[in-house]
Ligand binder design. Sequence first.
Ligand code: ADP
Ligand code: MG
Length: 299
Amino acid sequence: MKLAISGKGGVGKTTLSSALAYIFKEHGNKVLAIDADPDANLAGALGFQDLKGLVPISEMKELVAERTGSEPGSYGTFFSFNPKVDDLPDTLAKEVNGIRFMTLGGVKKGGGGCICPESVMLKSIVMNLVLARDEVVILDMEAGLEHLGRAVSTGVDALIVVCEPGQRSLETARVIKKLGGDLRIRRICVVGNKTRGPSDEEFIAGNVDGLEVLGFIPFAESIIEADRKGVAVYENSPEAVEAARGVYERLLNPPAWVPSGSCRPREREIPTPAPAPLTAARAGALLWLAEVSRIRPIR
Ligand SMILES: Nc1ncnc2c1ncn2[C@@H]1O[C@H](COP(=O)(O)OP(=O)(O)O)[C@@H](O)[C@H]1O
Ligand SMILES: [Mg+2]
């Protein structure tokens, strides 16, 4: 199961990611929780204590340079668009209460889109996690879908948009629905957070443009308190855990009907076409591709 969790800043993406990581682990799964939000706070929500000693991958300059073949901190050199990253989850992930996690960190964005070694590295890691790992991967993301290129999107089982009972976060859900549809994500759904009763729940369900609603997490002091005390959400908040259990059940048991705009998991995988035979022309084209992938990025 590969889950991407998105939504506006502050809506509760990290709270939900950490609670779901706990529930999946509780059901005997190996879980890899990924903080892919530059405004990183997943480690704390999982109960990790040494937050000062945590170095995000984007700040591991030597590693990024080594893997991408770039000069540390340089934006004007040749570098690889296809760095080796498949070993990194096993060597770099930290563990807290049986849940493994990685903090990807942020990339300073230049004008006109960023093509720098750090962003190439992070995108490669996300792609590897979604397409090649066999554990449960939970991606705690930022509001945009930048990490979800087309290849990654088709590998994600569900994109969960967290919403509060307010127009701004619901508008984000509608935008994500549109972007996610273009990216052919299998299932786009909503979790309502910080609800204070049935009218909040109705408000969210009625304003998400037909997206499937997986459940609601009530507004709870115990969640804020976990943040204040620096302990895991799942240790301090029985309300969050109970609500996340409901979300987990609904995720694994989608209803037979499909609300408009939401996609159920594909019943049959699209068969991978057999590789074409390696003719001299194809070998030449592959060599050319390998060559141009070491392009010089625009300053
Ligand atoms: N259901 C809830 N009830 C009360 N406070 C919540 C709830 N969910 C999240 N919070 C609080 O809101 C703040 C933002 O939550 P967080 O999960 O970090 O959001 P995000 O990752 O989307 O930025 C945190 O202080 C958190 O404790
Ligand atoms: Mg967060």
